[in-house]
Ligand binder design. Structure first.
Ligand SMILES: *Cc1c(COP(=O)(O)O)cnc(C)c1O
Length: 237
């Protein structure tokens, strides 16, 4: 039998994902339209990404600055987000080229995004990344630092805090991360209620291929799927 093409794999996976999203959203008293599906496109060829866009994917997220810049001229029209760890010296390459940066993991980085945004005379929408499992290997603010940092970052010009993003610990069952998603939802509600000027908190970006249904049930407004849409990546990023 011939091996399935990446495009066929996507087509099959996409309809399954949409079904599952609908199901999970119903459980949360919502519809699939209330949840933004972002395709995590690291390592995925632009032709396959463009096929996904033609098929209905409206949001994509890239992880690496270099990879993003090299694909940038070729994407079909789509909402572009940055979701990977961002080094301060690369901020200038990203600001103005994406609609949302999910991975703001330090005040220092927020300050640089502010500086570059002011320079370009734009406002950059950002999410603060939470290291919800308190893992050494992961970037992000600890839960107890979020509220103070929202306050501080909202004082910066040129940035608008739109919410939170997190990558919980790797787990072997879809429900294992429920406790983290519940914590994140509570934190999201807390910062949404926080009185600040430069914020408009309405995005909770959590849930990946192995646990997106749980994330939706726990209140995610945006899920980020790579493997569940495009199949297994050939290498770890
Ligand atoms: C790769 C990646 C995803 C998607 O991961 P999958 O498990 O393949 O769905 C989501 N978010 C971030 C930040 C990623 O780097």
């Amino acid at each position: 039998m011939m091996e399935k093409s990446s495009v066929d794999i996507f087509d099959e996976n996409y309809s399954r994902v949409l079904e599952r999203m609908t199901h999970a959203a119903e459980k949360a008293g919502k519809t699939a339209d209330d949840i933004t599906l972002l395709a995590a496109t690291k390592t995925v060829n632009v032709d396959v990404i463009n096929h996904a866009i033609k098929s209905g994917i409206e949001f994509i997220g890239e992880n690496r600055v270099q990879e993003f810049l090299s694909k940038l001229p070729d994407y079909y029209p789509v909402h572009k987000h940055f979701i990977g760890h961002l080094q301060t010296n690369k901020v200038k390459d990203i600001v103005g080229r994406v609609e949302l940066i999910h991975s703001v993991d330090s005040y220092h980085l927020a300050k640089e995004i502010s500086k570059q945004s002011v320079k370009k005379n734009i406002i950059s929408d950002i999410l603060l990344e939470v290291n919800v499992g308190d893992e050494q290997s992961k970037y992000g603010f600890s839960i107890c630092d979020i509220s103070d940092n929202v306050e501080k970052i909202c004082l910066l010009e040129g940035v608008k805090v739109r919410g939170l993003m997190a990558i919980p610990p790797i787990s072997d069952t879809p429900y294992a991360n429920k406790k983290y998603f519940d914590m994140l939802y509570k934190l999201f509600i807390d910062i949404r209620g926080q009185k600040t000027d430069n914020s408009s908190v309405d995005i909770l970006s959590m849930g990946m291929s192995d646990d997106y249904e749980t994330a939706i049930e726990c209140g995610a407004t945006m899920i980020r799927l790579g493997t569940a849409l495009f199949g297994k990546r050939n290498y770890i990023v």
